[in-house]
Each structure stands twice: as structure tokens, then as C-alpha cells.
Design a protein around this ligand. Structure first.
Ligand SMILES: Nc1ncnc2c1ncn2[C@@H]1O[C@H](COP(=O)(O)OP(=O)(O)OP(=O)(O)O)[C@@H](O)[C@H]1O
Length: 203
């Protein structure tokens, strides 16, 4: 008899949800925990700021390098904003998966949809607040929105909720309960490693 049947495969995990729900906060907290996770680093063509480190905050690449990656379909997803590119190179994700690490990235809901299309076996996690008021208070407390931005964000969040069916898990990020949200995500990762038929990621 052979009980040597538990063979976890590395996971591609997406943390998503509406603007201001706490995606950054959750990812930063996960980074503090000593887990075998690779946190995706975005490539950008914008100039490096003095406080930033290449390969830590971003991969700083030239416009030519970035356009080559686009032409060769080597980006998981990308966007061009104010003539500067930002995107996630497939090579980085492939290398991390090959090293056996789970890969985590934070993406907006449209980005999560792109991952679902590209990689149907990715684990997609949607963060939610306890209720709308809690989410609004969080946006207000962050104090980074103008009132026009604000009504747009609410309308966008309403539309983003319609994408819920493409996700695998919903995680509550309740007020002052960030640790609990991160605990739940850790549990999801743990459980996913115990599937009889592991998810297979091909990029
Ligand atoms: N559980 C929580 N309790 C209280 N405050 C929180 C919690 N989670 C996040 N916050 C705070 O809410 C604000 C928004 O969080 P964060 O910036 O992480 O959201 P985000 O989803 O990454 O937003 P965006 O998509 O706009 O970049 C921040 O000020 C953050 O510190």
C-alpha cells in the first residue's frame, strides 16, 4: 500500500475586491507572516523614485523591453496609464511556481477576470466588508478620494460585485479584524494544498 499520495502543487492566488476594501493591507500582513509565498512584483516603465528598490518595489524596465514583452505575449496583464506601462511578467510567476512556492497577487476585479480567463485553475479570493457603511467609512478614513472619485468608486463597486461568481472564495475583512481575514486566507491556502486532484497552473 502506498500512502505517499499527498502532493501539493503550487497555487496561483489572486486577492481582489473593490477599491479600498483592504487588498494592500491584507497582502502586507501576509508578507509579515513567514510563509513560503512569492508576492508578485509588477514591472513598470516609470522612472524609479529614490526610495524605491529594483526587484523589491517594482521591476523597472525600459519602454522597449516592456513592448517586447507585450509583443511576445509575456505579460499576464498590463495597463498603459499616462504613457507609462505597468504589468505582471509571466516569467516571474513561472519561475516562482517552478520553485514550488505559491504565488500571490493583488488585482482589481477586472484583473482577476483576466487571470480566470488565462488560468482557469487560479484561486480567486474576493474581499468584502461587513456592510456598505463600513466600506465607505474605510474609504473616508483613508482620505485619498475626492467626492467625485467617491461616487464613481461606489458605482464601480456595485458593478464589481456582479463578478462574484468567477471567484472561488469570499473573505470578510471586517473593521479592525484584519488578522482574522488573513487567518482565513492562510486556511484557504492550507486547505487547497489538500485537494485530491490538485489545481494545475499552466502559463
Ligand atoms: N480590517 C480593517 N480594519 C480597519 N481598517 C482597514 C482594514 N483593512 C484595511 N483597512 C484600511 O482601509 C484603507 C483601505 O485599505 P487598502 O488601501 O489596503 O485597500 P485596497 O483594496 O488596496 O484599495 P485600492 O484598490 O484603492 O488600492 C487603508 O487605510 C487600510 O489601512
Amino acid at each position: 500500500m502506498n500512502f505517499n499520495v499527498l502532493k501539493p502543487e503550487p497555487l496561483l492566488i489572486v486577492i481582489s475586491g473593490p477599491s479600498g476594501i483592504g487588498k494592500d493591507a491584507v497582502v502586507k500582513e501576509l508578507q509579515k507572516r513567514d510563509l513560503p509565498l512569492h508576492f508578485v512584483i509588477t514591472a513598470t516603465t516609470r522612472p524609479k523614485r529614490s526610495e524605491e528598490t529594483h526587484g523589491v518595489d517594482y521591476f523597472f524596465v525600459s519602454t522597449e523591453e516592456f513592448e517586447t514583452m507585450i509583443a511576445q505575449d509575456e505579460l499576464i496583464e498590463y495597463a498603459e496609464v499616462y504613457q507609462q506601462y505597468k504589468g505582471v511578467p509571466k516569467a516571474q510567476v513561472r519561475a516562482a511556481l517552478q520553485s514550488g512556492k505559491d504565488v500571490i497577487m493583488r488585482l482589481d476585479v477586472q484583473g482577476a477576470q483576466k487571470i480566470r480567463d488565462l488560468c482557469p485553475q487560479a484561486v480567486l479570493i474576493f474581499l468584502i466588508p461587513t456592510d456598505t457603511q463600513e466600506w465607505i467609512n474605510r474609504l473616508l478614513a483613508r482620505n485619498t478620494e475626492t467626492s467625485e472619485d467617491f461616487s464613481l468608486r461606489i458605482e464601480t463597486a456595485r458593478k464589481e460585485l456582479e463578478y462574484l461568481p468567477i471567484f472561488d472564495y469570499i473573505v470578510l475583512n471586517a473593521h479592525n479584524c484584519l488578522q482574522q481575514a488573513v487567518d482565513t486566507i492562510e486556511q484557504i491556502i492550507h486547505t487547497e494544498h489538500h485537494r485530491v486532484v490538485p489545481r494545475k497552473i499552466t502559463l
